[in-house]
Ligand binder design. Structure first.
Ligand code: SF4
Length: 395
């Protein structure tokens, strides 16, 4: 039993609840208005300041929601700002080269999202006079916009009463209602109906009285991200603890186990006049992950036997932890590269086809669609500058 649960035992008993036959959503045992009041008060006082909150620009909301899909808030903050600086409007994005968009997406992962966003902007520009559709149903017609994202954009940007149901909100609702996690269409439909029951009626955009559906949805997500945490919920700080049936005691389905893989890459640098160039490999166009992106050339593990890597790091992608070793012939010292000549042997062991390799000036790296791992490595080894953005907290 968690600490929070022990303390919660001293609180008044949770309300009784039962299901009415034929109803999609369970009976709450409390009023939606009462729940919203408590949640809303807490959100106004405790919401984290995030760059996409309070922004009256549907395009910016769309961008932030796409970036936040399966990506941590801390990772998104800097990218979001950079992206908006480079492409401040849908019009600018629609006219962009895919390579430029992918370059700005570097480090966020799931690069298909960037391509879909670009296609979506082109569609909106050509077919909708550059204006995003205002309803969740219409937003679903955009590439890369699913049920959750459409509801988030419609409620936050346009005040539609469309409930969001991501992993965080789902966890909050299951705990509130004391229901077991169940992976079925019927169980999801019940949760969608519950979330919708709690969502305030539509507002007319960002009027003087605010945006009740958009603020409520963000408050639900915020509660799941900051208090109703997967492992140890902070129930004593929770604004709806007196309405919650479980207060931290809730069985969840075990997560898929992480896999581990060891991989090696080569950081090869050369001087060309005053420029320093780095060797990059383009991933296959049909790769399942990060298709067409640029990375440091991969090396077979046996090619590096007996050598000490210049850098070891861990990099997680979906449910795989990559233990990465970076080999280089140059010594990197406090931002300066010493001069010993490249040793050819490791270069010759790169299995990639010559056509997929290219020497690139390090000054151009920031404009290229690098994989997150390549970017991280090049920044750690001071071959590439780190952007000057502060990192925030988790979504
Ligand atoms: S909803 Fe609140 S009280 Fe209930 S488990 Fe989550 S954090 Fe605890």
């Amino acid at each position: 039993m968690s600490k929070a649960t022990n303390a919660a035992d001293k609180q008044p008993a949770a309300p009784k609840r039962g299901n009415r036959p034929g109803e999609a959503a369970p009976v709450l045992g409390f009023t939606a208005a009462g729940f919203r009041r408590k949640l809303g008060r807490w959100y106004r006082e405790h919401a984290r300041e995030l760059p996409w909150r309070g922004v009256d620009d549907p395009y910016a909301t769309w961008l932030s929601e796409i970036m936040l899909q399966q990506t941590r808030v801390a990772t998104v903050i800097g990218r979001y700002r950079e992206f908006l600086l480079r492409f401040p409007t849908i019009h600018d994005l629609a006219a962009a080269d895919e390579a430029d968009v992918l370059a700005l997406w570097s480090g966020l992962g799931y690069y298909g999202r960037a391509r879909m966003l670009l296609r979506g902007a082109q569609f909106v520009e050509c077919e909708m006079q550059g204006k995003l559709p205002r309803t969740a149903v219409e937003l679903r017609t955009l590439p890369g916009v699913g049920e959750y994202t459409a509801a988030a954009i419609a409620s936050i940007a346009f005040g539609e009463s469309a409930a969001v149901l991501d992993g965080n909100v789902e966890r909050v609702l299951l705990r509130l209602l004391g229901e077991a996690e169940e992976k079925s269409a019927r169980a999801r439909a019940r949760l969608v109906a519950t979330a919708q029951m709690l969502t305030p009626p539509a507002s007319r955009g960002r009027a003087a009285k605010g945006n009740p559906p958009g603020d409520h949805n963000q408050a639900m997500m915020e509660l799941g991200a900051t208090l109703c945490l997967p492992r140890s919920p902070l129930c004593l700080q929770c604004p709806v603890m007196d309405l919650c049936r479980t207060r931290g005691e809730h069985a969840t389905v075990a997560r898929a186990r992480m896999q581990s893989r060891t991989v090696s890459h080569l950081l090869a640098l050369r001087k060309r006049g005053v420029a320093t160039e780095v060797l990059l490999e383009r991933r296959p166009r049909d790769a399942a992950l990060m298709a067409g992106m640029l990375e440091l050339p991969a090396l077979p593990l046996d090619a590096t036997e007996g050598r000490e890597p210049a850098l070891r790091l861990r990099h997680a992608i979906t449910n795989t932890n990559y233990y990465v070793q970076i080999f280089t012939e140059r010594v990197i010292l406090e931002g300066q590269m010493a001069e010993p000549a490249l040793e050819q042997s490791l270069l010759e062991k790169i299995p990639a086809a010559k056509a997929d390799l290219r020497w690139t000036p390090t000054t151009k790296l920031v404009q290229l669609p690098l994989t997150g791992l390549a970017r991280k490595t090049l920044q750690r080894l001071k071959v590439m500058a780190v952007p000057p953005f502060k990192i925030g907290s988790e979504r």
